[in-house]
Design a protein around this ligand. Structure first.
Ligand SMILES: Nc1ncnc2c1ncn2[C@@H]1O[C@H](COP(=O)(O)OP(=O)(O)O)[C@@H](O)[C@H]1O
Ligand SMILES: [Mg+2]
Length: 788
């Protein structure tokens, strides 16, 4: 083909394509007439000059499994015809396939790909996409057509495909183009610098350290009340409410700010000089004389720790009072070293003595007034309160998902010396934030399912810090019980409890951090076709933190992001929706988030009348436990509405009406919980609940095994999101083992171990080779439960 014909066809290319392809076509045409000597020499030359995003040395390699390839569609028929074919000749697809396969196998090419960030996985994915593109396109771009044609006729080397391959790889993995920028954006080192207002002043940091019930918060609050202005940052809404009420009752006007509620007390609606808030909501730009950050040890919380870090580094207060466990002193001192602020530690001792008993409760017949049984599952709560009722006693019930009014009502009933209710059955929700007159704490179990830093579910004995926090609730100062006692339900657990309580609490090593909306927005700008959940993963992977910090687990955020991914929303709005705190275990709450987002995206305001219809108001009092749980979920949905109403006031316009509705609902739930044993009884008789009451003997045998297991598994028993299910026996009725797994008392591994142990007892000693293991033939054929 003559060059004049080439030029003619070139002129026929649309302007955009011409611009984009000019350089490549020119070099392709050049290669066509004057092939360069060594193919690899050519590739290297292209590599070193082509891109600004060459491999960024130094930083850790990204986790490329997070890079989701975008789809590049093969080209359909073009209005200009197949220019490449006109310039050269139509390609022989069989030949092309051979060339591509050869290209893929070239070690030199793979190595070159790696230099550009294409590890084996990405290289493979990019190649498959590249090959599909080439093989399935109706016509190819001129440049690539020409080079393929040249390779077919040995006028170019197969390595000359590399620039085209790389261009394609960057199209499907845009992250390759901007790795350095992403690393800069996700640089979370030196967090103190994020708070210029706080850095502009020299703050006095006072750490009130001591066990539960030692008066830490009391002393910090005394300072807060006597200051001209102050902010209290608490871990729970209930605590923020308590300080809000205490402060106003003491004649110090104080506002309330939580995610779902803002109360201003000044008649003109102006902000009061004092504010009590949940720690996530504190302002890091308002100057205060005194700030109080309660439960500072929660700085290590895998999901919420960032809020304490932000408050600690960012509050603009002359005096910052921290209340919490001594385990946080070293870390706080280290962090304050980086801000140049000194920490004064004030140590407190418990105001009332507390003792661990030498005997377990063993039977609910031994309950006494002022006892609180602490369970780690709702099923245990139901089962225990039912058994208490059978003994003719009344109990109050407190667990995390109850509305605040209900929790307070139950606490009041238990605390009231004139009320016949003298026993409390509760989860560890009592660890913080409620004033309870407890004489004796009884741990019903010591095993608690938790979510670890990787977002995995773990079943393990409670930590020393948790045990101390709960145990510390016994014998409250200023209650009628001047001494606290602690024990367990089962004899077998008592030694483990003593062991846990006597362990030194590990010093806290790192403080939580999380990305800001702006940082995620910048990521989205660079990676526009990436889902929000994927953006978060890439952010966390790219992020760099100093040794005293860690990036918080963002699983809940990602869960919401995936839930609403298909709904068209701007990134900012989507981000806010995903920050809304929801209980992802409540299906109605999750579907409501989806529904709210959907309506938002259609620009349909969520009015009071719409929401009433949506939740099917008026709601009837609960008739059984399932009804009660449904009402709790509706209460959470109203919380979600209120939370969103403060972020999108136009779209969620009826906050005050919804708040009234929510109060009414809290009342209905209160009545339901007041009669909870009736609800449990009805649920049981309708087989809606399955509360196997384990005999003391069974429980202690199980707990003995758990104890030894617990030691072995400490901190490492991870179960997947699907709880491992042991086989269901023939009748379809779930086995005891199956229910224990469901209740979090057993893991699949423990079950396997138990099976082995029971089998050992039954098996002829000759068959055993060593304790706990068996010769081949004795292993059970039965299908083992899925592990992890
Ligand atoms: N000096 C004090 N005078 C009166 N009441 C106090 C005093 N110190 C603590 N209290 C009361 O004792 C209880 C426990 O004190 P708190 O400050 O909550 O303990 P901590 O924060 O260490 O767990 C609270 O009800 C508190 O009001
Ligand atoms: Mg306190």
């Amino acid at each position: 083909m003559s060059f004049s014909r080439c030029a003619l066809l070139w002129a026929r290319l649309p302007a955009g394509r011409r611009a984009g392809h000019r350089a490549a076509v020119c070099s392709a045409l050049r290669a066509h007439v004057e092939p360069l000597p060594g193919a690899l020499g050519r590739v290297s030359a292209v590599a070193s000059s082509s891109s600004s995003s060459s491999a960024s040395g130094g930083s850790k390699a990204p986790n490329t499994s997070l890079f989701v390839p975008l789809t590049v569609k093969p080209q359909g028929p073009s209005a200009d015809g197949d220019v490449g074919a006109e310039l050269t000749r139509p390609l022989d697809k069989n030949e092309v396939k051979k060339i591509l396969d050869k290209f893929y196998k070239r070690k030199e090419i793979q190595k070159l790909g790696a230099d550009y960030g294409l590890d084996a996985r990405l290289f493979h994915q990019a190649f498959i996409s590249f090959r599909n593109y080439i093989m399935q396109s109706h016509s190819l771009d001129v440049d690539i057509h020409i080079i393929l044609n040249d390779i077919c006729f040995s006028a170019a080397h197969v390595d000359d495909l590399f620039p085209f391959f790389l261009r394609h790889a960057k199209q499907i993995f845009p992250v390759l183009e901007c790795k350095d920028d992403l690393r800069k954006i996700s640089d979370l080192r030196i967090p103190p610098n994020w708070y210029p207002e706080a850095r502009a002043i020299q703050r006095k940091i006072i750490f009130h350290s001591g066990p539960t019930n030692s008066g830490k918060t009391y002393h910090a609050i005394q300072k807060y009340l006597s200051a001209k202005s102050g902010v209290y940052c608490g871990p729970l809404k209930l605590l923020a409410h308590e300080i809000f009420e205490k402060s106003n009752a003491a004649g110090v006007p104080c506002d309330l700010v939580t995610g779902e509620e803002r109360v201003t007390v000044e008649p003109d609606g102006k902000q009061a000089a004092h504010v009590a808030c949940t720690v996530e909501m504190c302002s890091v730009t308002t100057p205060y004389e005194v700030a109080v950050i309660d439960e500072i040890q929660m700085i290590k919380d895998p999901a919420r720790g960032w809020a304490w870090t932000r408050a600690l580094l960012g509050l603009c207060a002359e005096e910052v009072h921290l209340c919490g466990e001594s385990a946080a002193i070293d870390l706080v001192t280290e962090l304050m070293y980086t801000t140049g602020e000194e920490v004064e530690v004030r140590n407190y001792k418990r105001l009332t003595p507390i003792s661990v008993l030498d005997h377990a409760l063993e039977s609910l017949d031994n309950l006494r007034p002022g006892d609180c049984i602490v369970c780690f599952s709702k099923n245990d709560i139901y089962s225990v309160s039912r058994q208490i009722e059978i003994r003719g006693l009344e109990s109050a019930v407190i667990y995390g998902s109850l509305p605040p009014g209900t929790k307070l009502a139950q606490a009041k009933k238990f605390n009231d010396p004139d009320d016949p209710c003298k026993i409390l059955v509760a989860t560890d929700a009592i660890g913080m934030g409620l004033n309870l007159s407890i004489r004796r704490i009884i741990f019903y179990s010591l095993i608690k399912p938790t979510i670890n830093e990787k977002g995995e579910k773990e079943i393990e004995p409670i930590t020393t810090s948790q045990a101390l926090q709960i145990a510390g609730r016994a014998g409250r100062f200023s209650s009628k019980y001047k001494e606290g006692e602690v024990t367990t339900m089962n004899r077998e657990d008592l030694n483990l409890l003593k062991e846990i309580l006597n362990r030194p609490v590990d010093p806290i090593k790192a403080a939580g951090l999380h990305p800001t909306a702006e940082q995620i927005e910048m990521f989205a700008y660079h990676l526009p076709d990436t889902t929000l959940s994927n953006l978060i993963d890439i952010f966390v992977d790219f992020s760099q933190v100093d040794g005293q910090y860690f990036v918080c687990n963002m699983d809940d955020f990602k869960f919401s992001a995936e839930l609403i991914q298909h709904i068209p929303l701007s990134l900012r709005v989507r981000y806010v929706f995903c920050t809304a705190p929801i209980n992802k275990k409540q299906p109605f709450v999750c579907s409501s988030l989806l529904q709210f987002a959907r309506q938002y995206s259609r620009n349909e305001p969520l009015t009071f009348s719409w929401l009433r219809r949506y939740i099917k108001w008026p709601l009837l009092p609960p008739k059984n436990i399932k009804d009660l749980m449904d009402l709790e979920a509706v209460h959470d949905v109203l919380d979600l509405y209120l939370w969103l109403s403060y972020r999108f006031i136009d779209m969620f316009p009826d906050a005050s009406l919804i708040r009234d509705l929510q109060k009414e609902l809290d009342g209905i739930i209160q009545d339901g919980v007041h009669n909870i044993t009736k609800l449990i009884k009805i649920s049981e008789s309708h087989k809606l609940l399955n509360l196997e009451s384990l005999s003391a003997e069974n429980r202690s045998r199980l707990s003995g095994t758990l104890k030894s297991q617990a030691r072995r598994v400490r901190g490492t028993k991870t179960v997947g999101s699907k709880a491992a299910e042991p086989p269901v026996p023939n009748g379809g009725e779930k086995s005891l083992a199956s229910r224990l797994v469901q209740q979090g008392l057993l893991t699949a591994d423990m079950l396997k171990q138990l099976e082995k142990e029971w089998l050992t007892q039954r098996t002829d000693g000759k068959e055993r080779t060593e304790p706990g293991t068996y010769s081949k033939g004795t292993r059970r054929k039965k299908k083992e439960p899925d592990s992890d």
